[in-house]
Design a protein around this ligand. Sequence first.
Ligand SMILES: *Cc1c(COP(=O)(O)O)cnc(C)c1O
Length: 377
Amino acid sequence: MRDIQMVDLKAQYEKLGGEIDAAIKSVLNSMAFIRGPEVKLFEEELQKYLGVNHVISCANGTDALQIAMMALRLSPGDEVITTNFTFIATVEVVALLGLKLVLADPDPHTYNISVEAIKKAITPRTKAIVPVHLFGQCADMGSIMKLAQENGIYVIEDAAQATGTDYFFPDGTQKKAGTIGNIGTTSFFPSKNLGCYGDGGALFTNDETVAKKLRSIANHGMKEKYHYNDIGINSRLDTVQAAILRVKLRYLDQFNTTRRTIADFYDKSFAGCSSIILPERSDYSSQIFHQYTIRVKNGQRDNLKKFLGSVNIPSMIYYPEPLHMQEAYRFLGYGKDDFPVTSLLCSEVLSLPMHPDMEQEQLDYITLNLLEFFEKH
Ligand SMILES: *Cc1c(COP(=O)(O)O)cnc(C)c1O
C-alpha cells in the first residue's frame, strides 16, 4: 500500500505529468512569464466552466479577497461580517484594510456561517458579508443574498475551498460557488481542489464595471501602460501557473466526483459509529469535499488523532483555535465564550485524508483503524 497522505500531489502528477510538463515547456519556449497568452486563455476557460461573465486572475486567494474589498471601496470603519470558523486569510484582509471585523458563529452541522448569526451581527454600518464555502460546500447563499439585498450590503464569496461546487436555488436553477454574490474569490494553492504548482488566485463577477476595477487594482491600478486610475497592488497569476491550471481544469469535475465517491465510502463505513458526527450535506449545495471533516464526541478527538498517527494515517485539525482567541485578533475585544459553536467545532473537528487518488486499500485501512479505535474507547 502506498503511504497515505492528506493530499497526494505526487500521485496526481504521476497521472497528469506528461500534459503538465508539456504545458510548462511551452511557456519556457515563449518566455512570456508575466501576462503571457495562457493567462487569458485560462481566464476564458474558467469563465466558461463557471458560467460567469468575468474571471480576473491574481497572485493568490488572499490577494483576491483584498482586491475585492478595495474594488467595492470599503473604507476604514466599515463593518464586514464573516465567519469565525475559517482560514485566517478571510479575516486578515479585513483587518489589514482597517475595516471593522465582525465575527459570526457557524452552523454546527454544515460548518458554514449561520444566517441567524449574520442577522444578529448586522448594523447600519455593515457594508459587506463574506460567506466562506467551507470544506467544499456552499453557505446558505439564498438566505444570505436575501439579507444582503434587504440591507443594501455587498456579498463577497470566499470560494477558495469550493471551486466547482454548485448552489441550487429553490426554482431549480443552479450557479457555481463564487458567482452568486457581487464578487467571488478563489485560491489555486496546490492543495485546493483546483490547485497550481505555487500560488495563484482569481476573482469572479458578473458586473462589468466591477470587473474593470478588479483588473485595474490587481495590476497596479493601471488603465493603460504607465497611466494609473486607481491605487492598486501587484497581484498577477504567473503564466506557468496558468498553463498548469489549464490542464488541471479539464479534470476538475472528474476529480470532484471521485472525492464524493470517497466521502460516500467514509459515510457508509462510519454510519454505525455513534462516537463521531459525519459531515452533513445540505440540500441547497453540492459538496466537492475539499475536506472530509468529522466531529469526534466525548473529548476523544486528540486521542483519535494520536492513534491514527501511530498507524501512519495522517489527519488534520481545520481549525484548532477560534479566530477571536488568536493573539493577533485579541484587539477585537471578544470574550472567550462569545462564539460557542466555533469553540465546540475547534475542539471536535478532524479532517481525514481526502484526494482523488486514494486507493481502496488505503480507504479500507483508514476506516478499519478508526472503527477499531472506537471499539476500545
Ligand atoms: C486557501 C484559502 C484562502 C487563501 O488562499 P491563498 O491562495 O493561500 O492566499 C482564503 N480563504 C480560504 C477559506 C482558504 O481556504
